[in-house]
Design a protein around this ligand. Sequence first.
Ligand SMILES: NC(=O)c1ccc[n+]([C@@H]2O[C@H](COP(=O)([O-])OP(=O)(O)OC[C@H]3O[C@@H](n4cnc5c(N)ncnc54)[C@H](OP(=O)(O)O)[C@@H]3O)[C@@H](O)[C@H]2O)c1
Length: 329
Amino acid sequence: MKKKYKWGILAPGKMSAKFTGGLKLLENVELYAVGSRDLIRAKQFAEEFGFKKFYGSYEELVNDKEVDVIYIASPHSHHFEHTMLCLKNRKAVICEKAFALNSREVKAMISEAEKQKVFLMEALWPPFQPIYRKTKEILLGGEPGRIIHLNARFSFQAPYNPADRKFNLELGGGSLLDIGIYPLIDALYFIGVPSEVIAKASFAASGSEDTISIILGFGDGLMATLYSSFRTAGGIGCDLLCENGNLFFSRARDMSQRLNVDLNGKENTEYSLLPDGMGYQFEAMEVMKCLDEGKLQSDIVPHSFSLNLITTLDRIRQSAGIVFPGRDS
Ligand SMILES: NC(=O)c1ccc[n+]([C@@H]2O[C@H](COP(=O)([O-])OP(=O)(O)OC[C@H]3O[C@@H](n4cnc5c(N)ncnc54)[C@H](OP(=O)(O)O)[C@@H]3O)[C@@H](O)[C@H]2O)c1
């Protein structure tokens, strides 16, 4: 019989509610404990979703010997601190994107996981989605030929509020780490690590970036153009323009996914899916599969992918002049 894992939720905000929706679909999950900075919030979340225990501090959550694995969904600015807290207490961790604010922090998190011999994975939604994987499969199948250009975007209109984590530099604010990370994941996942990075940003009154345009060069004429913004309602999508036709991948805010394959001389093929649980269960399934197999990292989102991601984010920030005061590598 499959082992049932006792899950802990660290920081029960909006994203934790969505992730728990995914956990609820899985048989080998026990909704075990919630840790919040505030006991009342922990209790409310535990009661709403059916967790057995609740704690008014993150320390109490990580000190609960029964907890097998912790999902971290605090603001990006706190991922380093909270991941280290869990790892030092030998808890397996899946931590939301952006994994941390810079590559120095991510390297330290990975070193700690290796030292403690504990599982660690960044919670990246796209690589686990069936249609996203289908896109990769079609590209690897060879029919589209070489990718010549990738154009990807993620934008929505967010009302300006300097206290909101999206605009608050102290909380890692800016569109890049919040949503611009997705077009970048597309580029890394479908092409690889760029040799050149050029970026230009605009900034909100709080000093946080609110729009960014990025050009990545990979050599041999292969380029990617990426865009994210809190000022336009441009949606979420990725166009892969290839030698023998194009693939257009898009998703809506409800996480429904659509892929249109338009290859020269062939009829268009369309794939679409609205995953149960908004697709978050796939990440949890991978975590528990890795734990079952005694693995310390995932083959789908290995530490090397997270390191390439944050290192490229550092390069983009440097090119665009985006600084997190007191936290830069
Ligand atoms: N994968 C995805 O699809 C996806 C989607 C949205 C967001 N995310 C990620 O999830 C993370 C959380 O986003 P969210 O939208 O859930 O944010 P949120 O609703 O503001 O929740 C964040 C939680 O973090 C805790 N927290 C700890 N220190 C904090 C501080 N100094 N200031 C504010 N909150 C603090 C709070 O919980 P307590 O005080 O109760 O402990 C708060 O409820 C972000 O890193 C974001 O990038 C991922």
